[in-house]
Design a protein around this ligand. Structure first.
Ligand code: 13P
Length: 255
């Protein structure tokens, strides 16, 4: 059965404009060795400063922003508005755990950002996930349920269906310690159930796994029933590693 995938790279605060351009040119060359396959969507989240320069480098690689402000204009020094992202990106990452933990973003802000992204025609990639403490205390499911409830509050069914969810357990981010395919599948299935209760169409929501994904573990993660793709940090900064993960999705998409 054909399965569709999103393979996304979150570059975080890495890569200058020149490095971003060079990376995407090199990745594009590799991707062009693969047949066009609409079942795999390839996506990168470069820093804001690189978005304009990378536009148009590859018709097969989409781009997203790592954040956005929920207002369109105003006295918000250092923030980026949806109008500025204009036609630069298709996706926006919202509520990454680094934004929540380091920059103290609250579910309330995240909810506003999801709504703003949708209003401006971007596809939000909403990140959720539990800390190590929460997992050890048996609170994984209640944490993701709570985040989904608050972050998607007030959205109608059509809107919720457009949102991509990224399950990123905080203890697996940048630690080299990924969730096992079984651990990830279990939470993905649960997320799908929660969304089913909310929207009644569980098959369509795309749920990505993130946290120490690399070529060595991507195949086994991607073949899980409820995993529709991956959100890759560190390994998305190296062309060969990111391409290795893309190749795995190609193998599985039509398998
Ligand atoms: P790593 O792949 O480096 O663990 O990062 C995951 C992540 O935070 C993607 O958004």
């Amino acid at each position: 059965m054909e399965k569709e995938y999103i393979i996304a790279g979150n570059w975080k605060m890495f890569k200058t404009v020149e490095e971003s351009v060079d990376f995407l040119k090199a990745l594009n060359e590799k991707i062009n060795t693969l047949p066009q396959d609409d079942a795999v969507e390839i996506l990168v989240f470069p820093p804001f400063t690189s978005l304009y320069a990378v536009k148009g480098i590859s018709s097969r690689i989409k781009t997203g922003a790592q954040n956005l402000h929920f207002e369109e204009n105003g006295a918000f020094t250092g923030e980026i508005s949806p109008l500025m992202l204009g036609n630069l990106v298709d996706y926006v990452l919202i509520g990454h755990s680094e934004r929540r933990e380091i920059f103290k973003e609250k579910d309330e802000d995240i909810n506003k950002k999801v709504k703003t992204a949708l209003k401006h025609g971007f596809t939000p990639v909403l990140c959720i996930g539990e800390s190590l403490e929460e997992r050890e205390a048996g609170k994984t499911f209640s944490k993701v349920e709570d985040q989904l409830g608050k972050d998607l509050e007030g959205l109608n069914l059509v809107e919720i269906e457009k949102v991509v969810i990224a399950y990123e357990p905080i203890w697996a981010i940048g630690t080299g310690k990924n969730a096992t395919p079984e651990q990830a599948q279990e939470v993905h299935e649960f997320i799908r159930e929660i969304l089913q209760k909310k929207i009644g169409s569980p098959e369509t929501t795309r749920i990505l796994y993130g946290g120490s994904v690399k070529p060595a573990n991507s195949y086994d993660l991607l073949r899980q029933k409820d995993i529709n793709g991956v959100l890759v940090g560190g390994a998305s900064l190296k062309v060969d590693d990111f391409f290795g993960i893309i190749q795995d999705s190609y193998k599985l998409a039509n398998g």
